[in-house]
Design a protein around this ligand. Structure first.
Ligand SMILES: NC(=O)c1ccc[n+]([C@@H]2O[C@H](COP(=O)([O-])OP(=O)(O)OC[C@H]3O[C@@H](n4cnc5c(N)ncnc54)[C@H](O)[C@@H]3O)[C@@H](O)[C@H]2O)c1
Length: 350
């Protein structure tokens, strides 16, 4: 998805690739016409090139911090996948390294770029439904019992569902409403072993279900559920990914399966379909015309446009790694809340 965005962005050029998996590296190089001399198994070698301004990092979670810090120290702007770190302390070291090096930094909270989420964020922030009182987020999938690689291993992933899927929703609801101040969370690991394609049994030691109550600094409250074990619900773009926001004046309803529509209602009235206006369908940075391709995918390209536009105009990326660290702090607080069975305060990250 990062490469797809780079290829569509008029101000970016794909220079080099890195992957420790040699076969995959060769395959991607062939797909994208990158010669072998610009392909690397070691990220340190790629970072030594002086014709690279920026890197995007889409490795398993435990490698985000070392690669972001090395990239910043090499003077490269960084876009890092979410969750940006294994824990808040690591996330703060990443932010500090980028600030010390003076590079732009961004978290790949891709779902902020769904046109309907961009529009909903604008409407909520401009007070169209009054003051937000409550919101409800659901991300329900069926991932079966097949092995899912590093994602099922705490040492490599940090957390399971809460950092993998719920992190996006914790992020974009904070972009709408403000900071989450405290949480009461419950994490469950219902499937402790997954089946490899070769028949091996592989341990899963992270949550596959997460339920959370949040209190925002504004006084609003949120209810979030995220799951990989809702059998029959499908997965990826074809499974429930919903948000309802209720304010003093009205409600906004978003369903991922319709990324270009919101439903909006006021007290005593029915919900009405409202198409997302053209300005929220356009890529960041003044590119005329929407991104080409399937709208359930193309919003992902737009985060690359945001990254590149921020670099070009010497402004902070939105969301930066600071927002990535803030959501990491929420994820850590949810983990602690679940372990200690009590509400936990979320620290302010600046
Ligand atoms: N923003 C989103 O919507 C979104 C969607 C999917 C995944 N992600 C995030 O992207 C990251 C990657 O997820 P994925 O599903 O693509 O995982 P993946 O396992 O499919 O891909 C990770 C790649 O990193 C490579 N790699 C591992 N160690 C490396 C190293 N030392 N140097 C270079 N390359 C190395 C692997 O060979 C693999 O090709 C995760 O952080 C995940 O949470 C985000």
């Amino acid at each position: 998805m990062h490469i797809g965005g780079i290829r569509q962005c008029p101000w970016a050029e794909l220079v080099a690739l890195c992957d420790s998996n040699e076969e995959l590296l060769r395959q991607r190089a062939a797909e994208h016409g990158i010669p072998a001399k610009r392909c690397y198994k070691e990220y340190t070698e790629l970072l030594a090139r002086d014709d690279i301004d920026a890197v995007t990092i889409g490795t398993p979670n435990h490698l985000h911090a070392p690669i972001v810090i090395a990239a910043a120290q090499a003077g490269k702007h960084v876009l890092c996948e979410k969750p940006i770190a294994l824990n808040t302390e690591e996330a703060l070291r990443m932010v500090a390294a980028c600030r010390a090096a003076g590079v732009r930094h961004m978290t790949a909270f891709t779902y902020r770029f769904v046109p309907a989420v961009r529009f909903a964020t604008h409407l909520v922030r401009s007070g169209v439904i009054g003051e937000v009182r409550t919101l409800r987020s659901r991300r329900l999938q069926d991932w079966g019992t097949r092995a899912i690689g590093w994602r099922q291993v705490k040492a490599l992933a940090g957390t399971g569902e809460v950092g993998d899927m719920m992190a996006h929703r914790l992020d974009y609801t904070q972009a709408m409403v403000g900071r989450i101040a405290r949480v009461s969370g419950l994490l469950r690991n219902f499937i402790s072993e997954r089946q490899g394609a070769d028949g091996t049994v592989q341990v899963q030691d992270v949550d596959d279900w997460a339920g959370v109550l949040t209190e925002f600094t504004t006084g609003a409250v949120g209810v979030y559920e995220s799951s990989k074990i809702c059998w029959g619900f499908g997965f990826y773009a074809k499974s429930p990914d919903d948000l309802d926001v209720h304010g003093t004046e009205g409600s906004i309803v978003y369903r991922m399966e319709e990324p270009h529509v919101l439903r909006i209602g006021r007290m005593g009235e029915s919900l009405e379909n409202v198409p997302v206006p053209a300005e929220f369908l356009l890529p960041v940075g003044g590119v005329p015309g929407p991104l080409a391709g399937d709208p359930l995918q193309t919003f992902r390209f737009n985060e690359i446009f945001e990254f590149v536009d921020a670099i070009r105009h010497e402004r902070d990326c939105v969301p930066s790694l600071v927002e990535g660290a803030q959501t990491q702090a929420v994820v850590d607080a949810i983990g602690r809340s679940s372990e200690e069975r009590q509400w936990v305060e979320v620290p302010v990250i600046e």
